[in-house]
Structure formats: structure tokens, C-alpha cells
Design a protein around this ligand. Structure first.
Ligand code: F6P
Length: 527
């Protein structure tokens, strides 16, 4: 099947995406509407034979059966022997979900209700600042969500400390009053060095200010025992099971800071959005299934056409952290070199995901997207309505820019058009030279996800859409999207390097570069 797709790609020749719109039905045929959102992938080279071939790949990989196995609690994370059930965290209808024969829903809902009680207590108290200490999946989700849902934020201020760089916590604590600040230590394992170091620094800060840490800490973790050792009493620990992956965890306890910010009711709306996308993913036919289509477009661009990166470009300033969130979700999930059985992958794994909100990116890196020699498939996101009715003219400009970019990427500008642009200024060879700099090749693919307004439900739908996209791509690539062994080596070496940095151990057995860098540190620290 991949060969078929590759030969279809080779057969495209110089076909222009724009020319495909000679078919007046193209926009509707290559768009999907679901849950109040429209996903338009018509500005790509995908046509009926290509879409059919992509669907065939999905069929042969058994996407539907594996999807059902995931929802049914089977241990599809095979290298760790775990189920993958972040979907249970938003299963508000409490349909039974069995892991090893036991329904996990009573515990999930009990934890949700405990979170809601605590969130309400915090919101009703004199707490002014909540500091979430966590990293990776224990940071990116709530940090992204709190910014995304700023118009719904009516609880205390939320801060996110993730980096082991002391600058992160120092700059955050400088903004906080120890008397009215609480800390959430968010760590699935409760062993992550960055989080443990920052949590201890927060404790020391309170002590240095003469403030007791009693009642100041909350733990979110699947390692309840370790949280206890840190001194957080069981009633302030919110646990979750190993079937929730870190990068999929914002729907449960890891989302507590978001819940405190927007309130339990709006947090439930966020869960409802995710649940609605789950239902769509499970019930919609493959050809009309939004996560499947998003995944197939991704595979077409990366594995078939060989475009190594994908830009996520939200024309929604409050989604500024979405690209960072998706970097972990997509790259930690699908950045693998072997298939489930341990064999080398015969094609590339997931692409490099990057991006920034529009219109800012337009004034930074879009130059390369439009005229650089590599094609960067772009994924635009935009709301039909903003949250600032008095600033509708801003929103109209934002939308116009978003649509203009996808149009410009597709159409480009020919040499003749470029010549006509500058014919009044130059002539002869100089006209040719100047015109060539103004040519845009065009024919560059993009997709657009458009929704009504960024509210909690919509955010839930968008995040679940991308989660399921990762799943579908992973299944088709035959990889395990739910482990992350690739982060281990760096952690091990950092632990071993610690004493060499402090000088407690001699710089021995290190390569020349590492030894030289250590000497530089020692020389400068001795000053
Ligand atoms: O190092 C990667 C990772 O394990 C991520 O998968 C995870 O989200 C992050 O570290 C934080 O882990 P924890 O929540 O256990 O502190």
C-alpha cells in the first residue's frame, strides 16, 4: 500500500492544488464537519484515489479494531504492559471501562469529585496564587489550558514552574506572597528530578519566610507513597493509574490547576468536549472520521511525500502554548525508530512539530514557509468568533490573515505576476532579477480547523482530536505511541554527570568535548 501511495505521489508531476478546485465540490468533499467544527483539508494534493488508498492503509493496519481495543482497556502499550485509558477520565457518562476485569470508573469519578471539592475550597479561600510544579505532561497540558481559557479564568492566578533552571522558580516566587500561595506538585512518578528539586525549593522558600507548609501542598501523582514521603497527607493527594500516560493526563488530577482557574463546571465542559470527540472517533465511518482524516493527511505529507516537519499555526493567541503541547503529544508518542515487534521502522517516524500563533509567525518564519526550498505542511486553527466583541475588527483582521496565508501558500505568485508587480520600477535584466526574488512557488499544502469560539468544550474537542490523530498515525506506523524510552538515556547521563559538575568526582572517562565543557564550568564557578 505504501508503494501504491508513493507511486501516486510520483505521478502528481506538476499538478497544482489550485487546479483541483476546478471541481466545484472539492472544498466540501475534502472537509469534515463534526461537533461544530470544520476540518478543511482540500488545500492539499489529496484526491479520491489518494484518499481511498490512505483509507486502505488505515484499514489494513486495523485502526478500527485497535481503537476499540484501546477504549476497551486492552494493554495496547505493549512495552510497558499497560492499558491506555485517558479516555476514561472524560467518560462522564460512566460507561463501564474494565482493566483486568475491574471497572475503573467508580474510582475515576470519585477522584474527580474530590478534585472538585478541593478546587472549590481553594477558589472560595483567600488563596491568590497557585503554583503548579511539574514538567512535560505534568505541566504542558494545564499551562496550555489555563492560557487558552483565560476568558473563563475567575479563580486565583496560576503559575507554572517546570524547568530545573532555578530562574524558573525564582522568577515565579518573586511574584507570590507566601501567606496566600499554594503549591501543586504534579508528577506521575513523583521522582522526576526537576519537579522534586523545585518542590523542595518551594518548601524551603516557605520556611525561609517563616510560613508553615501545612496545608500548602497538594500532590497529583500515581505514586501516592512517594507523595506521602514528601510530607503531603493522603487527603491532599490525587492519584491516577498507570493507564494514563503523562502527555495524556490533563483530563484527570494533572488538570487540577486548570480546574481551580476556571472552576469545576467549566472543567466538566472541557471533559465533555473530549468525550464528544471520543464518541465521534468511535462511531463515525472511517472516511468521515475527523481524527482519522487528520492522521491520514499527516501520513500523506510526512511518510509519503517526505515533508519532515509540520507547522501548527493557531490564529488564536490564547493557543500560544498549543504547539509546545503538541510537540510532546506527537513527538514523544510517535518519535520511535522501531515497530511494536522491535524491527527497524521501514519508513520515517512522526514529523517534527513546531509552530507559533499567527499573525506573529507571519513576521518571523513564514518567509521560509512561502519561499524556502523545503515544503512545510501547515495546520491552521482559527475561531470564527473572538471573545472581545468590542474588538471585532481585530478578529476580522486575524481571520483574514489566516485565510490569506493558506490561499497564498496554495496559489503562490508566478514570474509573470511578479514582473508585473515591479515593471514600473525596473527594466531589462534588473527587472528579471528583481522579479525572481518576488516569485512564490505556491502549491504548498495546508489544512484549516475552524470552530465557533475557543471555549472549554471546544478546547476539549481539539485536544482529543489531536490525541486520536496520534493514535491513528501510531497504529498505521506500527509503533507504540505510549512509551517514551527515548528520554531515559539523557536522564541517566545527567545523574552520572551531577558529581562531575559539582567537583565531587573527577572528570574522568568523558569524551574530550564533555570534559572541556566541564572545565569551562569549573573555571567560571571558581571566580
Ligand atoms: O521524561 C519524560 C516524561 O516521563 C514525560 O513523559 C512526562 O510527562 C514527564 O517526564 C514528567 O513525568 P512525571 O509526571 O512523572 O514527573
Amino acid at each position: 500500500m505504501w508503494d501504491d501511495l508513493k507511486s501516486k505521489a510520483a505521478g502528481l508531476g506538476d499538478r497544482r492544488i489550485e487546479a483541483l478546485f476546478a471541481d466545484p465540490d472539492r472544498a466540501a468533499a475534502y472537509s469534515l464537519s463534526a461537533l461544530g467544527m470544520l476540518f478543511d483539508f482540500s488545500k492539499t494534493q489529496i484526491d479520491a484515489p489518494i484518499y481511498d488508498a490512505l483509507l486502505e492503509v488505515a484499514d489494513q493496519a486495523g485502526v478500527a479494531a485497535k481503537r476499540d481495543a484501546m477504549f476497551a482497556g486492552q494493554k495496547i502499550n505493549e512495552t510497558e504492559g499497560r492499558a491506555v485509558l485517558h479516555t476514561a477520565l472524560r467518560n462522564l457518562e460512566a460507561r463501564p471501562v474494565l482493566v483486568d476485569g475491574k471497572d475503573v470508573m467508580p474510582e475515576v469519578l470519585e477522584t474527580l469529585s474530590r478534585m472538585e471539592s478541593l478546587a472549590q475550597i481553594v477558589r472560595d479561600s483567600d488563596v491568590t496564587d497557585v503554583v503548579n510544579i511539574g514538567i512535560g505532561g505534568s505541566d504542558l497540558g494545564p499551562a496550555m489550558g489555563v492560557l487558552a481559557l483565560a476568558p473563563f479564568h475567575d479563580g486565583p492566578r496560576c503559575h507554572f514552574v517546570s524547568n530545573v533552571d532555578g530562574a524558573d522558580i525564582a522568577d515565579t516566587l518573586a511574584k507570590c506572597d507566601p501567606a496566600t500561595t499554594i503549591f501543586i506538585v504534579a508528577s506521575k512518578t513523583f521522582t522526576t528530578i526537576e519537579t522534586m528539586t523545585n518542590a523542595q525549593t518551594a518548601k524551603d522558600w516557605l520556611a525561609a519566610q517563616g510560613v508553615s507548609d501545612a496545608g500548602k501542598f497538594i500532590a497529583l501523582s500515581s505514586n501516592v507513597a512517594k507523595a506521602g514521603e514528601f510530607g503531603i497527607p493522603a487527603e491532599r493527594v490525587f492519584g491516577f493509574e498507570d493507564w494514563v500516560g503523562g502527555r495524556y493526563s490533563m483530563w484527570g488530577p494533572i488538570g487540577l490547576s486548570l480546574m481551580i482557574a476556571i472552576g469545576p463546571e467549566d472543567f466538566r465542559a472541557f471533559l465533555k468536549g473530549g468525550e464528544a470527540m471520543d464518541r465521534h472517533f468511535v462511531t463515525a465511518p472511517m472516511a468521515e472520521n475527523m481524527p482519522v482524516a487528520l492522521a491520514l493527511v499527516g501520513l500523506w505529507h510526512n511518510q509519503v511525500l517526505g515533508h519532515a516537519t509540520r507547522a501548527v499555526l493557531p490564529y488564536d493567541n490564547r493557543l500560544a502554548r498549543l504547539p509546545a503541547y503538541l510537540q510532546q503529544l506527537e513527538m514523544e508518542s510517535n518519535g520511535k525508530g522501531v515497530s511494536m515487534d522491535g524491527a527497524d521502522l521501514p519508513y520515517h517516524s512522526g514529523p517534527v512539530v513546531w509552530g507559533e500563533p499567527g499573525t506573529n509567525g507571519q513576521h518571523a518564519f513564514y518567509q521560509l514557509i512561502h519561499q524556502g526550498t523545503r515544503v512545510v505542511p501547515c495546520e491552521f486553527l482559527v475561531a470564527a468568533r473572538g471573545h472581545e466583541p468590542d474588538l471585532k475588527h481585530h478578529h476580522d483582521l486575524l481571520v483574514a490573515n489566516c485565510l490569506a496565508q493558506s490561499e497564498a501558500l496554495m496559489r503562490g505568485r508566478t514570474l509573470d505576476e511578479a514582473r508585473a508587480k515591479v515593471a514600473d520600477k525596473f527594466e531589462g535584466a534588473e527587472l528579471e532579477r528583481q522579479a525572481r526574488h518576488r516569485v512564490f512557488p505556491g502549491n504548498r499544502p495546508s489544512t484549516t480547523l475552524i470552530y465557533d469560539q475557543l471555549d472549554p468544550q471546544t478546547l476539549g474537542k481539539i485536544i482529543a482530536l489531536y490525541e486520536h490523530r496520534v493514535f491513528v498515525e501510531g497504529v498505521i506506523l506500527g509503533i507504540n505511541s505510549y512509551d517514551q524510552w527515548g528520554v531515559e538515556l539523557g536522564k541517566e547521563l545527567a545523574t552520572a554527570l551531577g558529581p562531575l559538575v559539582t567537583g565531587e568526582a573527577p572528570v574522568q572517562g568523558k569524551d574530550g568535548s564533555t570534559a572541556q565543557l566541564l572545565r569551562f564550568v569549573h573555571t567560571h564557578q571558581a571566580r
